[in-house]
Design a protein around this ligand. Structure first.
Ligand code: SF4
Ligand code: SF4
Ligand code: FES
Length: 486
């Protein structure tokens, strides 16, 4: 059995975990200790000294991030002595800082600004002219800009590249006042997880080339959602303003992800691509948003000549809408799921070998509803209904109704689809966690598959189609589909 030391923090008793640091124990119990170099997912560096605390019977202040709790420890996190030390640490860190907050993109989410307001509030004893000048605006990778003057040398960025991506591009050059973060010669900071560095840099030294100066952070609103860039299904925060998405940040959680890959972060760009589809196209002719034209396109085709493919790109709800339309409106038995890739974390960090977000979800549906898999149908059927990605494999030469975010030269009716930032739906990741996307921005020039199926059902004269997403939820649970979800 592990030993659980009893300690006191600010006069209150707590049971600590074995080998826990003071900072971790305090944090677990809702006591915040300021920090720069400490990051819960990186090794402990103990170099910034912002987390100093007083411990009874110890003559000197100790760093809370690197001091392991011991039985009977009596810790003070905000005594006068501690506050004075924090003030001194801040003065030291700001000694050579350029104080360019008005033009710094980190303003509003900078730990230097925040702690200065909490503990600093003192005039610099070094004039701007006497400060050590360092490099500004160095583009070190496709997505990262480094401003060395703002760096406080916490080494989070160096440790991230050593410990997480194991690419070790960065290092601390020189000594003392002249130290700075540098990149190894003939290297660029383009590892597939590089933008996490902009997130973890506590000040405005590393900023995102994609996001900087596009929006002040205090204008951004945040919705919680999931990334659909692969079968890992990382949890994310979508930050947006005025109906525009500006950036994606990780929503750290124990089940799936602390970080995000750069590919996933950039998935929002497809919404704003020049090729974004905002009208129905049938055989290269544009038809606005008139779904009646899609009905006209398929109404003469015999149901037994139509094949419907569930899609790992679509939500559980949209796939159920497809299934139900095929079985109850068209009354066809030709409902398939495509052959799906193997699912595993391929780089030891996050990225999944399966590029689809809902392969596990449609496998569960297929199992419960007894659907067939991997039928090469394109020659057998006159018309195929599915997402464009699946149609490219299964209906390259057939007619069809294909749902797509962007324009395509595929033959058939191409229907503009809402992106996952514009639509709510459940996706089941490779570990079977079922999570929902949320509507961050509104798009009235695209449909969900459910919208389209509902309208086509009416045009086919059916009155038994789902009237709302709630009905689909009922169908999902009455068929035991959600029993398989975590
Ligand atoms: S660039 Fe940022 S993360 Fe890296 S050492 Fe400097 S302050 Fe820390
Ligand atoms: S690993 Fe997959 S789910 Fe996670 S951020 Fe990258 S693309 Fe998105
Ligand atoms: S957070 Fe403890 S020394 Fe930096």
């Amino acid at each position: 059995m592990s030993f659980m030391p009893k300690i006191k923090i600010d006069g209150k008793e707590y049971i600590a975990k074995e080998n826990e640091t003071i900072l971790q124990c305090a944090q677990r119990n809702g006591i915040y200790i300021p920090r720069y170099c400490y990051h819960p997912s990186l090794s402990i560096a103990g170099n910034c000294r912002m987390c100093l605390v007083e411990i009874e019977k110890m003559p000197k202040l100790q760093t809370a991030c690197s001091t392991i709790v011991a039985e009977g420890m009596n810790v003070f996190t905000s005594s006068e002595k501690v506050k004075k030390a924090r003030k001194d640490v801040l003065e030291f860190l700001l000694k050579n800082h350029p104080i360019d907050c008005p033009i710094c993109d980190q303003a509003g989410e900078c730990y230097l600004q925040d702690y200065y307001m909490d503990y600093g509030l003192r005039k610099s004893r070094v004039s701007l002219n006497e400060k050590v000048r360092r490099g500004k605006r160095r583009q070190l990778g496709d997505y990262l800009i480094l401003d060395n003057e703002r760096c406080i040398l916490c080494t989070r960025c160096v440790r991230f590249c050593e410990e997480v991506t194991k690419t070790s591009e960065l290092f601390v050059a020189n000594r003392g006042d002249h130290s700075f973060i540098d990149i190894k010669p003939e290297t660029s900071l383009n590892n597939p997880y590089s933008l996490n560095i902009a997130d973890i840099c506590p000040v405005g030294a590393f900023t995102s080339a994609d996001f900087r100066f596009r929006q002040r952070v205090w204008f951004l609103k945040t919705t919680e959602s999931i990334c659909l860039g692969c079968a890992t299904g990382c949890r994310i925060k979508v930050q947006h303003n005025d109906n525009t998405v500006y950036r994606i940040l990780p929503l750290p959680n124990e089940e799936t992800n602390t970080w995000l890959c750069d590919f996933g972060r950039m998935t929002y760009k497809e919404m704003y691509s020049e090729d974004r589809l905002n009208h129905i196209t049938i055989e290269s002719q544009e038809f606005g948003l008139d779904l009646d034209k899609v009905f006209d396109y398929i109404k003469e085709v015999k149901p037994q000549e139509i094949a419907v493919f569930l899609s790992p790109n679509l939500s559980i709800e949209d796939n159920i809408a497809l299934y139900y339309f095929a079985s109850n409106v068209l009354k066809t038995e030709n409902i398939f799921i495509p052959s799906l890739p193997e699912r595993k974390i391929e780089d030891g960090i996050l990225k999944n070998s399966d590029p689809y977000p809902n392969s596990t979800g449609i496998e569960i549906i297929a199992n419960k509803l007894k659907l067939k898999k991997d039928e090469k149908t394109s020659e057998k059927f006159a018309l195929v209904i599915s997402s464009l990605e699946i149609a490219k494999t299964y209906a390259r030469d057939s007619k069809g109704i294909f749902f797509s975010l962007t324009k395509s030269d595929m033959n058939g009716a191409i229907v503009p689809m809402k992106s996952y930032f514009e639509n709510e739906g459940t996706f089941v990741n490779w570990q079977k966690y079922a999570r929902k996307t949320t509507v961050s921005v509104v798009n009235e020039k695209a449909f969900s598959v459910f919208d389209v199926m509902k309208r086509l059902a009416v045009l086919f004269g059916s009155n038994s189609f789902f009237s709302s997403l709630k009905d689909i939820e009922k169908f999902i649970s009455s068929n035991g589909i959600d029993k398989e979800f975590k």
